[in-house]
Design a protein. Structure first.
Length: 434
């Protein structure tokens, strides 16, 4: 049943899938390329409660696309009238009662709900009558809200603050998750288009020591497939090792081959929210890269314009980005297929039809294409680890750190849990002692 009491039928599913198959763009940069060409040829209604979906071609990842957040099932009439986001009507345990932009979202329990929860059990209506999400960007304010009882669950970025709240008797959850930060190179530009230069920048930083210092609460990322069945921790051996002199020598070679002199000047764009764990990373890079003859300029941009700048739709006067400091939910632990898409040169994610980095490797293109047509886990593992080797050897992106999910919870609250891959938080079974 939908929240409005209307029964969900095959007509709703058919309408939603047909509309999604015509979507030109979606919000997710990772899923965008393949959601933009949703591989559905036709949806046939077989009965009131069943449909048959015909695909344009073999698509092993259709289940992932069909269950992604941009592929939700709404009432058919709302989809046709394009009113789904004005007053969304879903089928979950809660419905939106009130939405105040930039302030809060109030959810109200749906009395007729039943469904499968995160642990695989079928459950009825949620325990809590009302749940309110507050938007509070300042961590100290979030802590104060928790400590005074104004809120019951909050996210915490600083590991030191997690420890403080733990000592005060609050429940805490700390999980390594699917988000990560990387430095993406624009391979359209010299000298970022030279693998030697990219490796030199990596070699000039002792990442194992730097990450804990400038990104407390985060973990050094050396295996981009961590937490997945495809992980190959040994792949880290393909990454260059810390060697300041060797890095400087490579930069000198790159400059000499191009008839340039040192220092080489490049521009890094950073959209990290002030106060975040990685706010100070660019300052560290300025200091370290200067030692090998590279002058780094940093430009801070509004987080809302990241995609437009990165794709080339917004070009700052007189310059174009060389390196982007990216932080996001790439969800390698959700499904690696979509996380490798940006490395395929035909991805079309940028304005010029290439990928964001302007990176082009024939073997990488072939492997990413293969992964989209492969179902067998063992075969996928082989493909992913070959991709991982290429990534580490050529470094179109530098993996920096893996994110953490950190929560502090009122000791009277029970049943809160987060999916292992940080993709969802179940609120169905959350309850609070009175």
């Amino acid at each position: 049943m939908f929240h409005n009491g209307k029964e969900l039928t095959a007509d709703d599913v058919k309408t939603c899938l047909e509309v999604q198959s015509k979507i030109i763009s979606v919000s997710s940069t990772v899923m965008g390329t393949y959601s933009a060409n949703f591989p559905i040829k036709m949806v046939e209604k077989l009965s009131k409660y069943s449909v048959k979906v015909y695909l344009k071609s073999a698509t092993p990842f259709i289940q992932d696309l069909a269950t992604w957040m941009t592929s939700m099932i709404w009432p058919a009439e709302e989809v046709v009238q394009n009113t789904t986001f004005n007053n969304p009507t879903g089928t979950g345990p809660y419905k939106i009662k009130e939405f105040i932009s930039g302030v809060s979202v109030t959810l109200e329990r749906v009395p007729h709900y039943w469904g499968e929860n995160m642990t695989g059990y079928w459950v009825g209506p949620a325990y809590m009558q009302t749940i309110i999400f507050k938007y509070i960007p300042e961590e100290t304010t979030r802590m104060a809200e928790l400590e005074t009882g104004a809120s019951d669950i909050t996210t915490i970025a600083q590991i030191s603050n997690i420890n403080i709240l733990k000592d005060e008797g609050f429940q805490t959850i700390v999980k390594t998750g699917g988000s990560y930060q990387n430095l993406a190179f624009n391979c359209r530009n010299w000298p970022m288009n030279d693998t030697r230069f990219r490796r030199a920048l990596y070699m000039a930083v002792d990442w194992e020591k730097i990450v804990p210092l400038v990104c407390p609460g985060y973990e050094r990322l050396t295996d981009v497939l961590e937490l997945t069945p495809y992980s190959n921790p040994a792949a880290a051996a393909f990454l260059p090792t810390y060697d300041l002199e060797a890095a400087k020598s490579l930069v000198e070679q790159v400059a000499a081959d191009a008839g340039k002199t040192l220092p080489i000047t490049i521009t890094l764009y950073d959209a990290i929210t002030p106060g975040s764990m990685a706010e100070y990373l660019p300052d560290v890079l300025i200091s370290l890269w200067a030692k090998i003859g590279v002058q780094l300029n940093v430009r801070m941009i509004d987080p809302g314009s990241v995609r437009a700048v990165r794709s080339g739709n917004i070009k700052p006067p007189g310059e174009y980005w060389d390196i982007f400091c990216l932080y996001g939910e790439f969800r390698l632990v959700f499904n690696p297929r979509f996380c490798w898409i940006p490395f395929n040169n035909a991805s079309g994610l940028a304005k010029d039809g290439m990928n964001y980095m302007g990176y082009n490797n024939a073997e990488m293109n072939n492997l990413t294409a293969q992964s989209l047509q492969t179902v067998d886990t063992a075969a996928l593992k082989t493909i992913y680890q070959k991709i991982q080797r290429i990534w580490y050897e050529e470094l179109p992106m530098i993996p920096v750190f893996s994110g953490r999910a950190q929560w502090a919870i009122n000791p009277k609250v029970h049943g809160f849990n987060e999916a292992w891959d940080r993709s969802t938080c179940s609120l169905t079974n959350v309850w609070k002692e009175t």
